[in-house]
Design a protein around this ligand. Structure first.
Ligand code: GLN
Length: 392
């Protein structure tokens, strides 16, 4: 067998997505990979039905269908607080995943350094490797998941080309305050670096926290590449619709990378999703209400069972502390991954082992999400009660 590339030996498959496969195999309730179990908005589905017969079914413009980009520019222009040129400042990608990969390939040379907060969304590790960049990890310190701005300055002094900011943050649910973003942004400007943001949970920010786009801060548009997706906002994770927004010189280059990576996102799905991009403000208010309710319901359930957890400021993820279980004789010496596999088979609930999000040696956390119908959350909580019985 001829040898494969060295690069493929330097990272594993996604543990998040692996947990979904194991969960499906054992018929567990899947609270691992984050996606909703409810339908997308009816207006989008009705439009999809129309598109099935009316098209388009052939390629759209490689960097995104014109009407889709126009609707996107209008919506995100409001969030960023400036007018965005749909021709020159947007690339539509196959999901937020390609957007992030495309951003990294566009700005990084092999050997460049990129700062990544830890815990991080696991894709960033692979994005760095595939684009040849070396990550510098900046700890987000619990319980508030604060960071030391001096470490970020040190990272820039070591030549970091960019910093990745996932806001709201997967998996810890941190919402970066405006002040924190200003601090990071000022350093990016001072050291002439980029901020690459991942804002896919922008509409899941719980009061009193508020979402601030890095690109909206004074002087930051020229230094920011905003990565985002429609997956979470319209409950269409399988449609793989994402995008990058940035200054036109960056986007011109990103268009080339994207063109040769994937040519384009699915044309019929862009057409149908355009309806969603034009929804009034009330849609996003309702979405937030729905998730706020689910968050309260799930956290209350966890409290009633007695599972220790963080309180996410945004996203639909919760980190659960499993140390007290790992201290039991039957789990002695187990990894969090082994514990999650055991949970799928014996408790019937799938979680993601926390170690897949941390640079540090962290073995005592697992991640659950609550993007589920209430009855599914009820059943998951009922099953999780069995965990607590182990402590009796
Ligand atoms: N962001 C989601 C999660 O962390 C999954 C996204 C994906 O798998 N592409 O679970």
């Amino acid at each position: 067998m001829p040898k494969l590339s060295n690069r493929v030996n330097t990272f594993t498959d996604s543990v998040i997505r692996r947990m979904t496969r194991i969960s499906d195999e054992y018929g567990a309730i899947n609270l691992s990979q984050g996606f909703p179990d409810f339908d997308p908005p009816k207006e989008i589905l009705d439009e999809l039905a129309k598109v099935a017969y009316q098209g388009p079914h052939q390629y759209s413009v490689t960097f995104g269908a014109e009407n889709f980009r126009e609707a996107l520019a209008a919506k995100q222009g409001k969030a960023i607080g400036r007018s965005i040129d749909p021709e020159e400042e947007i690339v539509v990608t196959c999901g937020g995943t390609e957007a992030m990969m495309c951003a990294m390939m566009t700005i990084c040379n092999p050997g460049d350094k990129v700062m990544v907060f830890s815990p991080f969304y696991e894709n960033y590790g692979a994005d760095a490797i595939l684009s040849g960049a070396d990550p510098i990890y900046i700890p987000l310190v619990p319980p508030e998941y604060n960071f030391d701005i001096q470490l970020i300055e040190k990272g820039f002094q070591q030549g970091a080309k960019a910093i990745i900011v996932c806001n709201p943050s997967n998996p810890c649910g941190k919402v970066f305050s405006r002040e924190e973003l200003v601090q990071i942004g000022e350093l990016a400007v001072k050291y002439d670096a980029f901020v690459v943001t991942d804002e896919v949970y922008e509409h899941m920010v719980y009061a009193p926290y508020q979402h601030t786009c890095m690109a909206s801060l004074p002087g930051m548009y020229e230094h920011t590449i905003t990565c985002n997706s429609l997956s979470k906002t319209y409950s269409i994770t399988g449609w793989r619709l994402g995008y990058l927004i940035g200054p036109k010189e960056v986007i011109e280059a990103a268009k080339k990378v994207h063109d040769f990576l994937t040519v384009g996102a699915a044309a019929p799905l862009q057409e149908a999703a355009t309806v969603g991009l034009k929804f009034p403000e009330s849609y996003y208010e309702e979405l937030l209400k729905t998730y706020t309710k689910k968050r309260e319901y799930f956290l209350k359930g966890l409290d009633e069972i007695g599972l220790k957890h963080n309180i996410p400021q945004g996203t639909y993820f919760v980190l659960i502390d499993i140390q007290e279980f790992l201290d039991l004789p039957q789990f002695h010496g187990w990894t969090d991954l082994e514990f999650c596999e055991w949970m799928i088979k014996n408790i019937g609930v799938a979680a993601v082992p926390g170690s897949s999000f941390f640079k540090e040696e962290v073995n005592h956390l697992i991640r659950l999400h609550f993007a589920r119908e209430e009855k599914t959350i009820d059943e998951a909580l009922e099953r999780l009660k069995k965990l607590q019985e182990l402590l009796k």
